[in-house]
Design a protein around this ligand. Sequence first.
Ligand SMILES: [Zn+2]
Length: 417
Amino acid sequence: MDVRRCSRCLYTEHHPLGIHLDDDWLCSGCRVHEEKDQLDWAQREQKLTDILNQYKNRNGNNYDCIIPVNGARDSFFIVHTVKHKLGMNPLLVTYNAQYNTDRGIRNLALLRTVFDCDIFTLTVSPHTIKTLTRATLRRLGSLYWHVLAGQTVFPVQVAVRLKIPLIIWGAHQGIDQVGMYSHLDEVEMTRRYRKEHDLMGLEAEDLISDDDQIFEKDIYQFMYPDSHDLANVGVRGIYLNNYLRWDTKQQHENMLDLYHYETADQQRTFDRYNDVDSFVYSDLHDYIKTLKWGYGKITDHVNREIRLKRLTREQGMHLVQTYENKPVGQLDAFLAWLGTTKNSLNFMLDQHRHPDIWQRDENWNWFKQQTIIEPPSHLIERQRLAASEYCEFELTASKRPDYQEQRYVLLAKGWPS
Ligand SMILES: [Zn+2]
């Protein structure tokens, strides 16, 4: 399959969220990203303040809003902004992804402590999680389905249960990566987007199966509340990146100065800030992404920094070559956790390799057969952004340097060695 590459970033037309190139071969993601330097962000922030004011609980008998958090990503920035800058009283909710690093658990404990917010945590039975993960690996080639499903639905369930209508999310990937919407569309959370993109088309109910031994009791924690209940409470989810100029690297650096949480080297990317709470995200999960889509998270991170003028296209290409073929670091730990073998896992994953990208040679080894058409050089020069900042991700010292990050840690369940 021949695909064209963007004249500014390194995305091709082949992207899970959908991307298109214009006459200059500039992709929709790069085009919408230009809004970050064009919009009046003071005015956008005022709009956010106006929305939040409608949800402030004047009686003091309930929370003002819900913020989904975990031990990484933009959690510190979001809670800091909503609580300290915008004066809201949030309830934090967290879905235990169970692929936790020791560091991620410490970061989440620090977040609970420094912001002094109430927090709801959902830890689904590890046995159920393993059953679901076996099924989603087989059906979708995904070990991350339960995390995506849990993270996107637990806050909504809590909103309905506690009658807190407003949920505040960070960045909407459809806007930030591929320009599916303009910031001005002010797109909000929907069940449909969750199903189609976060859950790869498979909702919890679709997993019920005698063959997999999955019954309703195993999946109700992942089911979306019904529309009648949502309407009764008036639940809505807004994304902060529609109202604040989103720059995750800068945001992290500001928050690291204030709260001193831990960053870490990652196996398959240079980004030391995002996803340091997970054993699998920048590891086996990312490797699987390359089987399905032909590229890994390193390309997402490089493109983000090219658009924010911290990397040139050429530096980005070099980083992709450096990281994309790095081996999976935590494979044995994952296989031990799931109770399977490397051969069984590979057999399942091979079913999900994209047939336009991967083929077997005569020795039955896989090779990449996708042809990427690079843009004409005059278009690259026309769309080039000058990199004006140094792209370095700060590495903090571990607060527990003697601990070896070799094992899955199941928060609230201990480690049954
Ligand atoms: Zn682009």
